[in-house]
Design a protein around this ligand. Structure first.
Ligand code: ADP
Ligand code: ZN
Ligand code: ZN
Length: 841
């Protein structure tokens, strides 16, 4: 009997060994075909599911091993290459291994209760089957041998019959047959679309022939040569229409739907053309944008720029040597980073290895997706939250089987089961969206780098505004820095003006005269504007005019925001609502006054300024309704909107060529955040939203309103001086001891009773300090806190924090392990561990 190492899907730190009865997996099944499959195992007093991580021979063990109850999957859910990565994740993020794997796998992997009888994979199965069955074979056996498996219904019947069951058991022992339980899944059928493809030769012949009669004559000649007869009028016309659709889109394949739209009769007769071999019919997988449209097709570019060639050359060199290397591709917005990704992907595929492309927010990343689909067609699999669980599982299977070799997806796609990963692209690598904020708090960019290093793969981190940490690694040689410093096509970056709000007279509203004038001019010229403001709602708080008390959430220690539609006071952290006509909690006064402003108020002011303009608000209130959100993006793209007012959602990757004005209503709102990266984030936000202006042929302009016009982050962003910003930040962090010069682990203790939260935090703090004293690494790990968290109370829980800061990563993780073990033992308060925290509120 073999012995398997199982990670149980439960909050336990270790893995367990079980015996695997040969009746569950015949001896013919190779060990590596078992890794990545799920099992049911006895666990505690009950049973649990788990994942097989390793297989060995039964050894003399001082303990008696328990037996696996059942093997759940017929095939592995992940390749063995990922096991090492899962182990690393569990250790680095201090999270139970079984739950790491559960997080990594796509949702919707339900265990079907239906067992299926099928032949084992080894080729001798059939012969052995014939041998062991003998002459008077049962009908079901004949069917099994012919089809390879029985239907769930028939399997059930066979297994219920005593004699048949005995036969099955004998066949299992012979290694001929196995019983598996299939994962339930949705059908894939509707993703295929009928398409037609013309001979390249014919396309080339009629390319550029503008006169219909001339083109038809060429088609006539082609048909005569090909099948020795004259084409009918409709036949020739059909071929002509197909050719012109193909030439128009730049894509080889012409979907039947498009042919029918253009020439309905042609769609009726095209199948007979296919039967004659005049056109090739094929069922192609169709990719749609989240809006439901077909993705646009992007033809190959003619020639890479010199800068692109240098970048591609360096990357290809590492790809060819099959060594791990991380490149930081720092390219300004519109500099052509995508073409570098595509060239690297092409080379990786040519080497027979897989490609992973990660984007921070899939709804807005369709452009990148479309580029990859245009270039690589059905080799591309998509993994993101827009898919149903069944669709996601299908994509997962296509990747695992090798049918799809390029994966484009959001954060969790970093776990895509590519058997041999050769290249990872992380686009917009600086984006906070790569960090998971609950459960397994992993950072997809960092995991991607670790995964690549385990697999001798190449990483490209792309950004116009890299994280300061990545940039520093680029300068120090840990990564290799590649630069694209010019926009493609000689387009210029927009001109940026800073407006000092302190100089503005009172009572003139939110917009400085310069911004008002610019909004008016842009509207008059029929162009679009974007207004960025970092807060949703109408006001950021409501204050009592009699005693100065702010309206606070009764569940959280934060002020409540006033919203006009629907009219209410809202807590942005827990969703608690109060009527907007609330009284002061301290003095009972009804004289309550809104202060600060959000997207709704900005929207109102634009409407007052430009009564004719079509204005839309884009913030997380709207984005919560995915359809409404995508609908607005579509309307903006179709020029049905004049002004977009929104939060940072607007800064991410949108490409609206008619946006020529970007206004930042208050650029310094993020600078007061209790975050060592406040300046970096402010720079990135300004630079990213600035990059939305002037993407078309009309140059763009940007107006930044601020109360701190002299702040370096704002000044440097206005001048597009990223390198100087990074330089400045690196200096500050080196002297203050922040990443990348140290590593952080954040502990958060929560409890309904403040005294308990505090006591526990103090206990952890003491434990940490004692540990440091006794293990002689005091210079390498520092303990900050305990202290109340930035949000002291959230959803009725009091929150205390401790921050560990270390120059010695190994010591930091040993200490974290030690602390985690101590508070797991004593139970009680919730303690959350966040390694490399992005958000310490
Ligand atoms: P980035 O991602 O760096 O902001 P993109 O990759 O979106 O920029 O490129 C901007 C535009 O330039 C795209 O429309 C792209 O097709 C085009 N482009 C990129 N490289 C070239 C090139 N070498 N020649 C012509 N057009 C190019
Ligand atoms: Zn009051
Ligand atoms: Zn609240």
């Amino acid at each position: 009997m073999r012995c398997v190492e199982v990670a149980v899907a439960a909050p336990v730190g270790q893995t367990y060994s079980y015996l695997l009865p040969d009746t569950l997996a015949g001896v013919q099944e190779p060990d590596q075909a078992l890794v990545g499959r799920r099992v049911f195992v006895p666990f505690g007093t009950g049973r649990a599911s788990g994942y097989i991580l390793a297989v060995g021979q039964q050894q003399d063990s001082p303990f008696e091993l328990k037996k696996v109850f059942d093997l759940i999957d017929a095939v592995p859910l992940f390749p063995a290459a990922l096991v090492e990565l899962f182990r690393w994740l569990a250790a680095y993020y201090h999270y139970p291994l079984g739950q790491v794997i559960k997080t990594a796998l796509p949702g919707g992997l339900k265990v079907s209760v239906e067992p299926i009888i099928c032949l084992t994979d080894n080729n001798s199965g059939k012969e052995a089957g014939d041998r062991s069955v003998g002459a008077p074979a049962n009908e079901w056996l004949a069917r099994l041998l012919a089809a390879g498996s029985l239907s769930p219904r028939e399997s059930k019947r066979v297994l219920a019959d005593r004699n048949d069951r005995a036969t099955v058991n004998r066949l299992i022992e012979d290694g001929v047959v196995r019983v598996v339980k299939r994962c339930s899944r949705d059908s894939v059928g509707k993703k295929l679309e009928r398409c037609y493809r013309l001979d390249r030769e014919l396309c080339r012949d009629i390319d550029g022939v503008t006169e219909e009669a001339a083109a038809l004559a060429l088609i006539g000649r082609y048909v005569r040569e090909k099948i020795g007869r004259e084409p009918g009028r409709a036949e020739a016309k059909t071929l002509l229409v197909a050719a012109s659709i193909s030439a128009g889109s730049g894509a080889e394949d012409v979907p039947r739907r498009e042919l029918a739209a253009e020439y309905p009769y042609g769609a009726k007769i095209v199948e007979t053309l296919a039967a004659d071999g005049l056109i090739t019919a094929l069922d192609r997988r169709v990719y749609r944008s989240p809006l439901g449209d077909l993705l646009p097709f992007y033809p190959r570019i003619e020639q890479h720029s010199d800068e692109q060639l240098v970048a591609i050359g360096a990357i290809v060199e590492s790809l060819e040597r099959r060594v791990y290397r991380t490149f930081l591709l720092h390219g300004i917005t519109g500099s052509g980073k995508t073409e570098v990704y595509l060239a690297a992907a092409e080379r990786t595929l040519a080497n027979g290895r897989g490609v992973l492309v990660l984007v921070p927010e899939i709804a807005l990343a369709t452009q990148l997706e479309a580029h990859f689909v245009s270039r690589f067609g059905p080799l591309v699999a998509l993994l993101h939250s827009g898919l149903s669980p069944g669709e996601r599982f299908d994509e997962w299977s296509r990747i695992l089987s090798g049918a799809a070799q390029i994966v484009v997806g959001a954060r969790s796609a970093v776990f895509a089961p590519l058997p041999d990963l050769g290249l990872v692209v992380v686009d917009e690598e600086h984006d906070g969206g790569f960090k998971q904020q609950d459960g397994l708090r992993y950072h997809a960019r960092d995991v991607a780098i670790v995964r690549a290093s385990m697999n001798d793969a190449v990483v490209i981190l792309g950004s116009a505004t890299p994280s300061v940490t990545s940039y520093q690694h680029g300068r120090s040689g840990k990564y290799e820095l590649l630069q694209l410093s010019r926009r493609v096509g000689g387009r210029s970056l927009p001109e940026v003006a800073i407006v000092d709000l302190k100089k503005q007279q009172h009572g003139t509203g939110l917009f400085h005269t310069a911004l008002k004038t610019a909004l008016q001019e842009t509207f008059d010229r029929g162009k679009q504007s974007i207004l960025l403001i970092n807060r949703r709602g109408f006001s950021s708080s409501v204050v009592c005019l009699d005693c100065g008390t702010m309206v606070e959430c009764r569940h959280c220690k934060v002020t409540m925001n006033l919203h006009k539609r629907p009219q209410a006071l809202l807590c942005h952290y827990c969703g608690y609502r109060l009527p907007s006509s609330t009284r002061c909690a301290t003095c009972g006064s009804t004289r309550m006054h809104p202060v600060g402003f959000g997207t709704e108020r900005v929207g109102e002011e634009v409407a007052a300024l430009l009564p004719q303009a079509r204005i839309a608000r884009l913030d997380s209130d709207i984005a919560a309704d995915r359809r409404a959100f995508l609908g607005l993006l579509k309307a903006a793209g179709n020029r049905e909107l004049d002004v977009l007012v929104g939060t940072q959602i607007l800064a991410k990757g949108l490409h609206f060529p008619d946006v020529t004005l970007v206004g930042i209503v208050l650029a310094d709102s993020g600078l007061s955040f209790p975050d060592y990266r406040a300046a970096e984030k402010t720079y990135q936000l300004i630079a990213q939203v600035t990059g939305r202006a002037g993407r078309g042929d009309t140059p763009g302009r940007v107006i930044i309103q601020t109360l701190q016009p002299d702040h370096y982050a704002i000044g440097l962003a206005a001048e597009h001086r990223y390198a100087d910003l990074a330089e400045q930040e690196v200096k500050i962090r080196a002297s203050a001891g922040f990443p990348p010069f140290t590593r952080l682990v954040f502990f958060l203790v929560e409890d309904r009773l403040e005294s308990l939260a505090r006591a526990r935090a103090e206990e952890i703090g003491r434990g940490a300090r004692d540990w440091i004293k006794t293990t002689a690494s005091s210079s390498q790990v520092a303990v900050l806190g305990p202290a109340p968290a930035a949000i002291e109370r959230l959803r009725d829980r009091y929150r205390w924090q401790i921050l560990l800061k270390a120059t010695d990563t190994a010591a930091l993780h040993r200490l974290t392990d030690y602390l985690a073990a101590s508070f797991q033992r004593s139970g009680g308060q919730r303690v959350l561990i966040d390694v490399d925290p992005e958000n310490m509120l």
